[in-house]
Write a protein of this length. Sequence first.
Length: 376
Amino acid sequence: MDELYINFDEYIRQGEPGRREAAYAWSTAIGLQAVDGLKTSEYLQETARRHIEGDITIDEARQLIKTYYENKSVRTADDDEREEADRVSANIVKVLSHPTFAFNANGYISVHRRIFEGVFKHAGQLRKYDITKREWVLRGDTVSYLNWEDLRRAIDYDIKQEKDFDHTNLSPDDFVRHLCQFVSGLWQIHPFREGNTRTTAVFTIQYLRSLGFNVDNDLFAKHSWYFRNALVRANYSNYQKKIFRDTSFLEMFFRNLLFGENNELRNRYMVINPLEDWKVEQDKYRTSTGQVQDKLHTDNVNILSTVKAIGNKQMSVREMMEALALRGRDNFLSQYLSPAIAEGFVTLLYPDKPHHPRQKYLLTVKGTLLLNHSER
């Protein structure tokens, strides 16, 4: 897999925007298979390259992969797992390439259905039995997952609570802690028979994008196993052993993802009752505190001025221009508003209707965090 990442990195560094976005999507999709110990085939990698190069569409790529396995006359012992990894990877790329996102229970369930379509017969179906899973990071113990009778109600409740939550006055640190509580709580429901972590990861990427964050990077690709183990630790308690829920590992993952920090992400630090030499290293590692860096910062003074002008209000173009004492509409749109939208700090009140007669603009959650951080 290392060679594959190097190839993706080349597209990401030097590719045109379309190729770069496709490379990010494939890198993430393939990397997420590691949460279930799966690896993709060389055929999938070549098909991904053809899609990134623009030779085929994502739907053509999915069909090629499907046909490849249907036409195999001889199957090896690994083919079933590779077929799952290949087809799920292609499905994830299609989901991540689609701009629409439904932040509700149906949307979450739909993500599972779409990424496991053609792979699991139960794609998009809630489990009808209770589950336990032996976890390496828990030395064979299991997280207490939700009982099957309450799955739909729990998804509805968690997403509604998040949708109604007011992010306005959160600091960046508070936002990360809140995000970890939401994501880990949603994952703990574990509503599907298989594929819960991959579904939660894709849904989380879509949600963060809707909040203004550009999460097109390789953290989910290269640290998907860490992401899963961090979710486990965030949901595990054992009072007899004096072990309690710990979101700090997940917080470091999201701080790297959203703020460009470089917290060290090592799976062995999450193992309960670590070996003595691990514990010394772990304690030293966990005392470090991160600082919000590049991704929640802008050197563009026009963007920062626009963010401060909007604040916690919804404003029209004319209202923003008045607040900034600007007269030239074209100059304002090209030098102030468009860059602020492109960087994810500002969004439209009616994003699907950019020319809506009552169109106004407001800060994304990312924009609100920038505002709060700049006022410190």
